[in-house]
Ligand binder design. Structure first.
Ligand code: FES
Length: 146
């Protein structure tokens, strides 16, 4: 007797077989759940601190990238913008002489530049970079969004 005929004989169709095999597999776990972000906030907003006196990048080149945010020192102030270029997510850099944030890719197909407020000055990027708040207390810089 063929399988199809057997299943018809006992009153089970192909759909029943598929459903029962799915039910068995759906209850299984594929492993541990992903670990949470290192600095979670209740609403997943950017909110972290760094010690600017001991940050070697800030002290040597005037900027660093932490937690997806580029933090640049401009005189006594700090500027914090999303570090991923809105064109194709390559990291942006900081140019102190012009107080701008050029994309790290500056070839013929790239070359976006953003101002200190994250506003696009030059494409191909279309969107601006997100800007974050900074508060300096002693040597501790808090970077956060409201
Ligand atoms: S990724 Fe920045 S300009 Fe293309």
């Amino acid at each position: 007797m063929k399988r199809k005929n057997f299943l018809s004989l006992i009153g089970l169709g192909a759909g029943t077989v598929i459903i029962s095999s799915c039910l068995g597999a759906c209850g299984k776990s594929d492993g541990p759940s992903p670990s949470p972000s290192p600095n979670p906030t209740p609403d997943n907003k950017v909110d972290f601190t760094l010690d600017v006196s001991s940050n070697s990048d800030i002290n040597s080149k005037g900027w660093t990238i932490q937690n997806g945010v580029i933090i640049a020192k401009n005189g006594l102030n700090y500027i914090a913008l999303a570090a991923a270029c809105t064109h194709q997510q390559n990291p942006v850099t900081y140019q102190a002489s012009s107080n701008t944030f050029p994309c790290s890719l500056q070839d013929a197909a790239h070359g976006s530049v953003f101002d200190a407020n994250g506003v696009k000055l030059k494409g191909p990027a279309i969107q601006n970079l997100a800007k974050f708040n900074t508060t300096l207390t002693g040597n501790t810089l808090r970077v956060y969004e409201s």
